[in-house]
Ligand binder design. Structure first.
Ligand SMILES: [Zn+2]
Length: 239
């Protein structure tokens, strides 16, 4: 599944106008002046806010935030409940760096999960901008919990010698969702469930591809029949 084409002409015009104004006033002053007319979520010097409306600056801000520990934690605070924990260094191949213990993202709680800050931040963006809108659309209510199967796991990819991205907590597995009413939506049971269950699960899979570099689910292979594998690096596989 590739990215959906979007109507971008209006956005391009706006970006051009903003850049032209910036050049005219002097980019620095324009961006950092307390009275800058540029809204916070368009201003590249303002940190990422998970809940802010998406725009063409969003992915740029996300990449920037993910680069440093402090910038990542500052961004994560805007859309998640977590604590910082010491890094785990089990071996050269197995570690969690920039560690956080994640408990809640964008209103949905999860079993406390130790992972990297940048992965947690992508998870928060996915739940805020993908999962919650899809739940509202298909079920008329938000998701209150996400069932994860963990992030850090020092192991090779099943059936190979290569280490899994889980060995460095660069992926998280998601098996299902609990709606506000308590209704459970599980990949294994509902991937081929009712029309709205099917539509919801495919919508959240497709939305994951907007935030994660690799997204694998039931359409990829049988090993992923019961969970989405959401990975912060890779070559753009989205199935
Ligand atoms: Zn996985």
């Amino acid at each position: 599944m590739s990215r959906r084409p979007r109507k971008r002409w209006g956005v391009r015009l706006l970006v051009t106008a903003v850049l032209a104004a910036g050049l005219y006033l002097g980019a620095d002053r324009f961006l950092t002046h307390p009275d800058t007319p540029l809204p916070e979520n368009w201003n590249p010097t303002e940190p990422l806010n998970v809940a802010a409306r998406q725009n063409p600056m969003t992915l740029w801000k996300l990449r920037n935030a993910a680069r440093g520990r402090n910038t990542c934690l500052a961004a994560l605070e805007t859309g998640a409940i977590f604590q910082t924990i010491p890094d785990t260094e089990d071996s050269a191949q197995c570690h969690i760096r920039n560690s956080v213990r994640l408990r809640k993202v964008a209103g949905a709680s999860l079993r406390a999960t130790d992972t990297r800050c940048d992965l947690a931040l992508k998870m928060a963006m996915w739940v805020e901008h993908g999962v919650q809108p899809a739940a509202e659309k298909h079920f008329g209510m938000p998701v209150r919990a996400i069932r994860t199967q963990g992030s850090y796991n020092c192991r090779p990819i099943f059936g190979t010698q290569r280490m899994s991205t889980h060995a460095q907590a660069k992926a998280i597995d998601v098996a299902g969702f609990t709606l506000a009413s308590g209704r459970q939506i599980e990949l294994l049971k509902h991937w081929d469930g009712t029309p709205e269950e099917k539509a919801f699960l495919r919508a959240v899979r497709d939305a994951a591809c907007d935030w994660f570099s690799t997204t694998l689910g039931p359409d990829f292979n049988r090993a992923h029949a019961d969970h989405f594998h959401l990975q912060s690096e890779g070559w753009g596989t989205c199935r």
